[in-house]
Design a protein around this ligand. Sequence first.
Ligand code: CTP
Length: 403
Amino acid sequence: MAPTVVLGVGGGIAAYKACELLRLLTESGHDVRVVPTRSALTFVGAPTWAALSGHPVTSEVWDDVHDVPHVRIGREADLVVVAPATADLLAKAAHGLADDLLTNVLLTARCPVLMAPAMHTEMWLHPATQANVATLRSRGVVVLDPAVGRLTGADTGPGRLPEPGEIFAACRAALHRPDRPHDLAGRTVVVSAGGTREHLDPVRFLGNRSSGRQGYALATTALARGAAVTLVAANVGLPDPAGATMVRVVSAEELHKAMLEAAADADVVVMAAAVADFRPAAPQQSKIKKGAGEPSAIPLVRTPDVLAELAATRPRPGQVVVGFAAETGDADGDVLTHGRAKLAAKGCDLLVVNEVGADTGFERPDNAAVILGADGTEREVPNGPKEALAHVVWDLVADRLTS
Ligand code: CTP
């Protein structure tokens, strides 16, 4: 059965962006019921929501009363997402007010609730709004941080609605595991993602095919499960996951420094980035010319092994360290034999081993893996969305954090 999503729309100019979110949800097979507030309808009218969702639209509890919609809609939902969530809506939700259909739905829903605020910077930063957000988060509501950028007028600052694609990714993450939505609340996690680049000269580098999708899926799912997330991104072209603290790096050296810094305060460290093992010993300041003769060899030196160092140092007691291994079988052994040897060599708690080939692993939205535990456990994850694999990683991490 298609997951049922309630899309609550608050009365802000960003309501028009919720149309795009609605399209993303319906086109990916969700059954979406739109519940706008009265003031939202002054920005985007009911016919637009009805046509895009295929369901009748009202803001009132007094329509179709025989059907008791204010209870039914909330109870049937697998996810309630409110975008944009205005300061007024956040306040009403925090205090349990119920003066229209959406606020009633928020009280009757027992599924994950995700709110994407959008408002002027002053309203977002006001202590009243911040206290309401803190209250909602303490109850397990996922409140995304607004994006920073151009607001309605010429002003800029925090308060923009995150891009519809980011809210959609957060929705998918929240929907995957409605039974364990907040088991990482109060935990700090650091995830590295993407692939490092080692410069030969100002225009050329040694790099790899990692897109960063798996690391980003780990970040969005950890956010959905309540963690505070730092995402160390190496050359990734994907939108920032809403709510993550972003650190951008290019080379293995920069990633090494950023990870050691972030790991100092972390409960969990996940190395999903593909890190170069070698870098050119002497990168050139100006472009290397082809010249007339034979090409010369490029001397390389080793980069630090970030995962092994993180696993050996563990600045926090009980810190859980997770590595990834993209392997291919060869004459020395199959993928899992190499994986087991790598787990031992790196000294991490979990190693997510996946087989890479021409059309598996890299640059794709799905992934299959076997997760090896230092305690001898082995968990096979069938091919599926990278978010699904990420959730299994967090399940195994959460068990290790509590045990
Ligand atoms: N890794 C790291 N630092 C490096 C190289 C790799 O932290 N310099 C991490 C990766 O982020 C990943 C894990 O180590 O989590 C395994 O990476 P992989 O490239 O499979 O292993 P290598 O140690 O490079 O071994 P090899 O390439 O010889 O298989």
